[in-house]
Design a protein around this ligand. Structure first.
Ligand code: SF4
Length: 218
């Protein structure tokens, strides 16, 4: 808890939500849990915050190094194998959705959906539509974030895959993994199977919110 307070004191305090958290305090909790990284806060790029940023990096490296900490789910305390961050230059991990709505959808459109098994309503921007499957970036609730874009309600969707960047020890292709998507509002550990791996970029299929503790360690 003390560590979280130190981290929070070094953040800009703008509570602008650009990092995907509701405020700097929530972001500090995610940093400590290892499910967010400093690069998600664009305000820290400003010259006046360079010293804070360097100190934050030291604190987090030291903290994670000492604890050999694997990220832990906030909601259930389950230990994940790694945290999944967005692909380089993107604002959130990509999700591939099976969407059952008959609404006319196109690339760039914002959809409102609830992933099967998840109690949280999601908003996503469609990146591409391929053979009936949607690739989306998860974005924050448009109204809450002050954007005027409207969202098409498509009801329940099945999240089939995630694409992102692994922060932590690299798994193997074919391995069943437990991971924390950096944008997950619940801080919930997901499970899935690694089907593509290039450097630390990965695609994880068979996404499930149920996590099996007997998954074999490689
Ligand atoms: S982007 Fe930075 S300043 Fe804005 S809420 Fe997140 S941590 Fe705070």
């Amino acid at each position: 808890m003390e560590k979280t307070k130190n981290i929070q004191e070094l953040l800009p305090g703008f509570n602008c939500r650009a990092c995907g958290s509701r405020n700097c305090s929530e972001f500090s909790v995610k940093l400590e849990a290892g499910i967010a990284n400093l690069g998600a806060c664009p305000v820290l790029l400003q010259d006046r915050f360079q010293e804070n940023k360097a100190t934050l990096a030291e604190i987090l490296n030291d903290y994670r190094g000492k604890k050999h900490q694997k990220p832990q789910g906030l909601i259930d305390g389950v230990q994940a194998d790694f945290c999944l961050h967005p692909l380089l230059g993107e604002s959130s991990c990509r999700e591939t959705l099976a969407c059952f709505s008959s609404a006319k959808l196109e690339e760039g459109q914002i959809i409102r959906y609830r992933p099967l098994g998840c109690p949280i309503t999601h908003f996503g921007r469609i990146i591409s539509i391929n053979q009936g499957l949607l690739d989306v970036w998860v974005i924050g609730p448009c109204k809450l974030l002050g954007r005027e874009e409207s969202a098409t309600n498509v009801g329940i969707c099945m999240v089939l895959s995630f694409q992102g960047t692994i922060a932590g020890e690299r798994p193997r292709v074919g391995q069943t993994v437990k991971f924390l998507p950096a944008h997950c509002m619940m801080g919930k550990v997901h499970s899935g199977i690694i089907v593509q791996l290039e450097d630390n970029r990965t695609r994880i299929d068979c996404i499930d919110l149920k996590v099996w503790e007997h998954c074999r360690e490689f």
